[in-house]
Design a protein around this ligand. Structure first.
Ligand code: HEM
Length: 130
């Protein structure tokens, strides 16, 4: 079998850390500026700098890239980290929509992987609603 038949990870296909950081920044820009996400925005600290970094670091490891977020947060899972927050279906929908828009705006070259990421992150977000 040829070497180039080895499948690239989602992290590589999406465009690596640079693309994921761009998605995270666009996501928080949208959350911060579009009134449609006001309820979601109000749940976050006034300064989103830490979140921009942490969401990108989480997504990098979760997509199969360097796992520094997971090494810094041993044993933590995204679902249990969000347990302290009361997340309505409306707010989960705001998160999902802002993420779909962020990925579309950044426009990763691999459109198939971008679509898959968009879809699975929406499902993850909606799964956090109670
Ligand atoms: C369902 C809707 C969601 C809501 C309402 C929500 C809300 C929040 C809030 C309020 C925080 C703390 C923010 C702060 O300290 O300022 C947070 C942290 C975080 N969220 Fe979410 N979130 C949602 C979905 C998600 C999803 C789907 C992911 C990942 C795919 C995610 C990733 C993160 C990360 C990485 C952190 C930082 C954790 C840490 O290092 O402390 N969130 N979220």
């Amino acid at each position: 079998m040829a070497t180039d038949a080895i499948a690239a990870s989602p992290f590589e296909r999406i465009g690596g850390r640079e693309t994921i950081e761009a998605v995270s920044n666009r996501f928080y820009d949208l959350m911060d500026s579009d009134p449609a996400y006001a309820e979601l925005r109000a749940m976050h600290a006034p300064d989103l700098t830490r979140m921009r970094v942490e969401l990108a670091r989480f997504l990098v490891g979760w997509c199969g890239g360097p796992r520094d977020w997971f090494e810094d947060n041993p044993g933590k899972c995204m679902m249990s980290l969000h347990k302290p927050f009361t997340i309505s279906h409306d707010v989960a929908g705001q998160w999902a929509e802002a993420m779909q828009r962020a990925i579309a705006d950044v426009g990763p070259v691999d459109a198939q992987m971008a679509g898959a990421l968009s879809s699975v992150l929406s499902d993850l977000s909606l799964g956090m609603a109670r």
